[in-house]
Design a protein around this ligand. Structure first.
Ligand SMILES: Cc1cc2nc3c(=O)[nH]c(=O)nc-3n(C[C@H](O)[C@H](O)[C@H](O)COP(=O)(O)OP(=O)(O)OC[C@H]3O[C@@H](n4cnc5c(N)ncnc54)[C@H](O)[C@@H]3O)c2cc1C
Length: 441
């Protein structure tokens, strides 16, 4: 066990690369192993990276000519849909204009690969320029254990050893399960399937259509007809010269509804007049599907550390979808950073026991991430209630149709229209119950 690294990181997604950057900055000897041909090759997000933490890893990232992001979000929209109509909450503000931007769109194959190049540069600048490595195209099949502690990894015939291993393997966390931190079986309630298409436009057409200036962009989330009766919702994000459009659909509900095909649902969503208008003339470039957590705290592993090991990002179930946005990438980044900081501190003490690595759990608990995950579980559960993806959007659209129609008849008061819509699509009692739950959001 001579050639031992300080740390091995499994997975070159956002959690793994963020951890690697902090390891390099702290002059640790580390190995990052990624199963894809390159970092990002296997990864899918909608995707908006929320928060400003990227600037902590790559200062002034927005200035680099090769910056790996697409656009910063200046315009946000939440759309309630029924079969014919779309009723939106729309917010656009110059306050989003200042770097480091609080939301940027990314295409993962490009973004992760770019972030990996920044990690390579940090390795070059570190004390272990020739002894730390990012290695793609290698699948880690097993964690190596000695006296119950994780001491390394096995990839094919090869074994590598380290003082500790950071697991950043994403939602399909087979290694986390191997060491018993997560039960083998994850109930379908806690996972969703995401399907996504990237559609290309002439950049000028895209910018005119979405009223984008320079590198500003739009994020649009959809509920209601978007998911066609299945628990979930839709999204549309603008990139430099493409649009990412897709659906996130509850796995359990999909099964219970008789297994409609996610790509059929996506096709129907794209044909909705409000979406079709935005996509007209675009050329489909790529199609992707990926599993994603629902953000239910009950899906978290029973612990995120043990002797010689730390679990980060979606491998640790860290994701929040509270209705405002999906936060999986910023959670991956933040947890990757905290895990690597814990490893750097453990290295100083030369103690990689669970008792020492517990500082990672403490840092997570103290951060916005666990505070929000705990604080917004009611929102997560509310989003899963059928009323939120059926009655409420139908009611909004019905009200909108009445409110915005001007005809040659006496105009009714808005309150009477709203009562009508509630009676048609739900009941006052149900709306009161929803309002009561929503007060906790
Ligand atoms: C359709 C869709 C839309 C989404 N939209 C958003 C959004 O808009 N905003 C947002 O913040 N989040 C979004 N998410 C969630 C977000 O993509 C994830 O939460 C995030 O990617 C998690 O990052 P991670 O680094 O933990 O895992 P991943 O990004 O999944 O990375 C894990 C990496 O580990 C590698 N790996 C796995 N096992 C092994 C192994 N055994 N050996 C070697 N390598 C391995 C994989 O190849 C991969 O590169 C979306 C997800 C989906 C599916």
């Amino acid at each position: 066990m001579e050639d031992k690294f300080d740390c091995i990181i499994v997975g070159g997604g956002i959690a793994g690369l963020s951890a690697a950057m902090v390891c390099a900055q702290n002059n640790l000897r580390f190995l990052l192993v990624e199963r894809g041909e390159f970092c990002g090759a296997k990864n899918v997000s909608g995707g908006v990276l929320w928060g400003t933490e990227l600037a902590r890893l790559v200062p002034d990232y927005w200035k680099a000519p090769d910056a790996g992001f697409e656009r910063f979000i200046r315009h946000r929209r939440l759309t309630f849909m029924d079969e014919q109509s779309a009723f939106s909450l729309d917010f656009k503000s110059d306050h989003f204009d200042q770097p480091p931007y609080a939301g940027i769109t990314v295409l993962r194959a490009k973004f992760d690969n770019w972030l990996a190049s920044k990690v390579e540069a940090a390795i070059e600048a570190s004390a272990f320029a020739d002894e730390s490595f990012l290695v793609p195209d290698v699948l880690v099949e097993e964690l190596l254990l000695e006296s119950g502690a994780v001491v390394g990894i096995r990839a094919g015939e090869e074994t590598f050893y380290a003082d500790c291993v950071i697991l950043a393997e994403g939602v399909n966390n087979l290694l986390t399960r191997q060491i018993g931190l997560q039960p083998e079986y994850v109930p379908a309630d806690y996972v969703a399937v995401g399907v996504k298409e990237v559609i290309r436009f002439d950049q000028k057409v895209l910018e005119d259509r979405f009223q984008l200036q320079d590198r500003s962009g739009l994020s649009n989330e959809f509920v209601g007809f978007a998911s066609q009766g299945v628990e979930g919702g839709g999204f549309l994000y603008t990139n430099l010269d493409t649009v990412s459009v897709g659906l996130v659909l509850g796995m359990k509900d999909l099964r219970e509804k008789g297994g409609p095909k996610p790509y059929d649902l996506l096709d129907t969503f794209k044909r909705h007049p409000a979406v079709a208008d935005m996509l007209r003339g675009g050329e489909s470039l790529e199609y992707a599907a990926h599993v994603v957590s629902t953000g239910d705290i009950r899906a978290l592993p029973k612990e995120v550390y043990a002797d010689g090991v730390l679990v980060t990002g979606e491998a640790a179930g860290l994701l929040l979808n509270s209705g405002k946005a999906i936060q999986g990438m910023d959670y991956a980044m933040h947890s990757g950073i905290l895990a690597a900081e814990a490893v750097a501190a453990a290295k100083q003490d030369e103690d990689f026991s669970a008792a020492s690595l517990k500082r990672y759990r403490d840092a997570l608990d103290a951060s916005y991430l666990m505070q929000d995950m705990r604080g917004f579980q009611d929102a997560v559960h509310l989003l899963h209630s059928p009323a939120m993806f059926q009655a409420v959007p139908n009611l909004f659209c019905d009200f909108g149709r009445q409110f915005f129609t001007i005809d040659n008849a006496p105009t009714r008061k808005a309150s009477a229209m709203l009562k009508d819509s509630i009676r048609k699509h739900s009941s006052f009692l149900e709306m009161m119950k929803l309002g009561f739950k929503a007060r906790k959001l």
